[in-house]
Design a protein around this ligand. Structure first.
Ligand SMILES: [Zn+2]
Ligand SMILES: [Zn+2]
Length: 208
């Protein structure tokens, strides 16, 4: 069996997380997990309830330089589908679209283990999970934009207030109050600019 990223390198038997039998590439240290091994190992593991909102975890992971390289399944030659995992630097887990074997580039398995996602890899490929992942990614980018514009201190006060209001039974009333404050400002600016031509000083003909 050859490495999907290094077609001339033969994979060697290797074990991860105790007794999960994988095949490792000596060149890139990526691992191939045959579907039959994963399916036997997975039910023996404690189930986690982790949801895809872990992007805030400050994990300093530098994806392998081979992560972006497309590969074919070392077992059946089919296309390897990719599932994005959002960290500050996102990476992709690969899985054979035909035999369901899994490929992890260097370090990816260890990160998945840390995130308690190593026991639910097939789920990462579901459209539901990927949609949730995009949502999380979007809200994190939005958060970052708020920090960039308001500065960390004020942004944190805003996040705290938003969290509190979100849990409060009259939270939406408070949000509407804030909105009205801004609406009022906008209306007074609008009416000021409209009022100007009616101002006698600005319109000398009124004085006559
Ligand atoms: Zn390799
Ligand atoms: Zn395959």
């Amino acid at each position: 069996m050859q490495c999907p990223k290094h077609k001339t390198v033969e994979l060697k038997s290797h074990k991860v997380t105790g007794d999960l039998a994988t095949q490792q590439c000596d060149t890139c240290t990526g691992i191939w997990i045959p579907a039959v091994e994963y399916e036997a190992w997975q039910p023996t593991q404690p189930t986690s309830t982790n949801k895809p909102n872990f992007i805030s975890l400050d994990i300093n992971f530098e994806p392998s330089e081979f992560d972006a390289k497309a590969g074919l399944c070392p077992e059946c030659g089919s296309y390897l589908a990719r599932a994005r995992v959002n960290l500050s630097k996102p990476f992709y887990v690969e899985r054979c679209s035909s035999c369901a074997g899994i490929w992890c580039d260097r370090g990816e398995w260890e990160i998945l283990e840390k995130l308690e996602l190593h026991t639910k890899i097939p789920q990462l490929f579901s459209s539901k999970w990927q949609a949730q992942m995009r949502e999380v990614h979007q809200s994190q980018s939005e958060r970052q934009m708020v920090i960039n514009r308001l500065g960390g201190e004020l942004a944190n006060r805003l996040f705290e207030l938003a969290d509190t209001l979100e849990k409060h039974e009259h939270g939406s009333f408070a949000a509407a109050y804030i909105m009205r404050r801004f609406d009022k400002d906008r209306i007074s600016i609008d009416s000021n600019s409209k009022a100007k031509p009616a101002n006698p000083e600005a319109n000398p003909s009124v004085l006559k």
